[in-house]
Design a protein around this ligand. Structure first.
Ligand code: C5P
Length: 221
């Protein structure tokens, strides 16, 4: 049997986008397939961790060996994550919408011929990673992602500090990279001591490497 260095450890992973309703038929969302987050949940489970995956709306299947909780909105995702603390490991991969509609409509907003569309009033969503990173039951290892189109390292390092994370996995999501929605990923790993460029890997390989690195860190290696 494969070694299970994370046996007895609990992990919470977020994945996918969140959908913030405008009205019952419309929403605001970031682009996210959920592929990387789901792969990380499965990889942690393969190393023996007891994994809860909190996923926004995605079209891919629930990973094997993992308890998957399905949510729609950022506030639901936050509540699902916080209710599962304490945990040993948190990996926040979801592309959470930064804003939600301040007062979403209970009925479908009708377009009125000849009238200008109603402006949307937005309000900030909770930052789930930051909440977990500063929580009294903060997991031993908190990992965040940074999807950037420029200044990967500076933005990643700033994020590490601000969000109270131990590790930031930063990837360049410029359209020409094909990473968004694709199966491959090219990431930089940002820690308090430096930056490490990983080679071009599949999202499953990134997940396996990250899970192994988390296991090594927890073991004090
Ligand atoms: O600030 P930014 O969205 O670039 O940060 C990305 C990281 O923070 C990711 O790990 C993402 O899952 C997490 N995040 C979060 N809640 C938010 C926004 C981002 O958990 N509202």
């Amino acid at each position: 049997d494969a070694p299970k260095p994370l046996a007895g450890r609990t992990a919470i992973v977020t994945s996918g986008p969140t959908h913030e309703p405008i009205d019952p038929v419309r929403y605001i969302a970031n682009r996210s397939s959920g592929r990387q987050g789901h792969a990380i949940a499965a990889a942690l489970a393969r190393l023996g961790a007891d994994v809860t995956l909190v996923s926004g709306p995605v079209t891919i299947a629930d990973p094997q060996g993992v308890v998957t909780v399905h949510v729609e909105r950022a506030e639901e995702m936050r509540d699902a994550v916080i209710s599962r603390l304490p945990a040993d490991i948190a990996v926040m991969v979801a592309a959470v919408a930064d804003w939600r509609v301040a007062a979403s409509a209970e009925q479908k907003i009708k377009k009125k011929p000849g009238e200008a569309p109603a402006p949307l009033q937005l309000t900030e969503n909770p930052d789930i990673l930051k909440t977990v990173g500063h929580h009294e039951h903060r997991p031993k290892i908190v990992v965040g992602f940074a999807a950037e189109t420029e200044n990967l390292e500076d933005n990643g390092r700033a994020k590490l500090e601000r969000k109270g994370a131990d590790l930031i996995v930063a990837n360049d999501v410029s359209p020409e990279t094909g990473i968004m929605g694709g199966t491959r990923n090219s990431v930089k790993l940002i820690t308090k001591v430096g930056v490490e460029q990983w080679p071009d890997l599949s999202k499953d390989e990134v997940a396996d490497r990250l899970a192994q690195l988390i296991a090594d860190r927890l073991a004090g290696a």
